[in-house]
Design a protein around this ligand. Structure first.
Ligand SMILES: Nc1ncnc2c1ncn2[C@@H]1O[C@H](COP(=O)(O)OP(=O)(O)OP(=O)(O)O)[C@@H](O)[C@H]1O
Ligand SMILES: [Mg+2]
Length: 363
């Protein structure tokens, strides 16, 4: 529990003794001072609530209230006065006092006012801490985002240069006689696919750390799938997995084509990687609902066990050697940015089903 510090400024010893006793009994940490000068000194050590007599030997309590507020803006001052006049009340308020008590006051009244002031100060402190924390988090996100963008750029440039050189090497190897060709081209194709994989990870990381504004357009699910199917057919063949689609021609969505293509690539690659030889990956989409288009990415792999269904969307969660664990968090973030959703279920083939909901385009 935080200490609740009360500063008493009064030059009447018997009243002070009495106050100290009452407040200490309420678990307040009390400091008592009898002059303005001493009070300002003591205020530097920190206090939450100050009880200040209006008449002090070396000055005016109302003025002291203003200076105490200056020294500690989050704290509150309660003024104690012998006379209740409109002028003194107005002066107390303009000096920034929280409350104004006329002597003699009843102890329960005093405790009530101090309690209220204390709660107010605590609330202010909490609010300030919260704002500070939010600001720190925002600044951190900005710095991390900028750093990531810079780093990704630095990685992508040499990767693209390597890819260019690789194309050159492949072309030259292509001119060799066929015997030697095969033995060289095969490892080269592995180098190419590894470079592409790195490029994809950089893309995912960048999109996740620093999502850009969406460029929305109306597009059919079939058009969206054309590109990813074209890019993944060879991979599917190699794995001995059939890649199919059962998509309603009328399924038309509103979304950012590049970002949704990235989503499809991630989900289809996951599905292909999970499915054993002889299995299948099917994309199914319908336009039954007026507001939403549902796209299911189904596979005949082992599926995702119930206890892992939340975790797979967490950044860096992966069960694969060399997996980044960024694919699904990116899918989740992109769908959320589109106002849609993604969840995992079980496919009719017994494997995983990823259910995407995206806003349907009108007309
Ligand atoms: N179709 C699926 N079937 C079974 N498990 C899946 C499927 N898709 C994803 N998972 C599980 O979710 C985890 C996280 O997937 P995510 O795409 O985020 O990262 P990753 O695939 O492991 O790494 P990367 O995408 O970089 O290759 C996977 O490691 C896997 O355990
Ligand atoms: Mg993945």
């Amino acid at each position: 529990m935080k200490t609740k510090r009360v500063l008493i400024v009064d030059d009447n010893p018997s009243l002070v003794d009495n106050l100290v006793e009452v407040l200490a009994g309420e678990n307040y940490n009390v400091t008592a001072m009898s002059s303005c000068a001493d009070a300002l000194d003591a205020a530097r050590k920190g206090f939450q609530v100050a009880l200040v007599d209006v008449r002090l030997p070396d000055g005016d309590g109302t003025q002291l209230a203003g200076r105490l507020k200056e020294a500690s803006p989050d704290s509150e001052v309660i003024l104690l006065t012998g006379f209740a006049t409109v002028e003194s009340a107005a002066a107390a308020v303009s000096a920034g006092a929280w409350a104004y008590l006329v002597k003699p006051y009843a102890t329960p009244d005093l405790l009530l006012v101090i309690g209220q002031a204390m709660r107010h100060v605590e609330l202010q402190e909490e609010r300030r801490e919260l704002t500070q924390r939010t600001q720190i988090a925002e600044r951190l996100a900005l710095v991390v985002g900028t750093m990531t963008a810079g780093l990704s750029h630095e990685i992508r440039n040499p990767l693209n240069a390597a890819l260019l050189q690789l194309t050159l090497v492949e072309r030259r190897v292509g001119q060799l006689d066929s015997e030697k060709r095969g033995a060289i081209l095969e490892p080269l194709s592995i180098v190419r696919s590894e470079i592409q994989r790195l490029n994809r990870i950089v893309d995912d990381f960048l999109a996740f750390a620093r999502p850009r504004e969406l460029e929305r357009q109306s597009l059919t699910v079939n058009a969206l799938l054309d590109k990813s199917f074209c890019l993944l057919t060879a991979e599917a063949d190699e794995r001995g997995v059939s890649l199919e689609r059962e998509v309603d021609e009328a399924a038309r969505i509103v979304g950012d084509e590049t970002r949704l293509h990235q989503v499809m690539m991630n989900l289809l690659l996951n599905a292909l990687q999970a499915t054993p030889r002889g299995g299948m990956v099917v994309v199914r989409a319908n336009a039954v609902d007026r507001e939403w288009v549902t796209i299911n990415i189904d596979d005949s792999g082992p599926g995702v066990p119930i206890e892992k269904r939340e975790r797979i969307f967490e950044p860096f969660f992966t069960t694969k050697d060399g997996g980044s664990g960024l694919g699904l968090p990116l899918v989740h973030a992109t769908l959320a940015q589109h106002g849609g959703s993604v969840r995992v279920a079980t496919s009719p083939e017994g494997g995983a089903r990823f259910v995407l909901k995206l806003p349907r385009a009108r007309g």
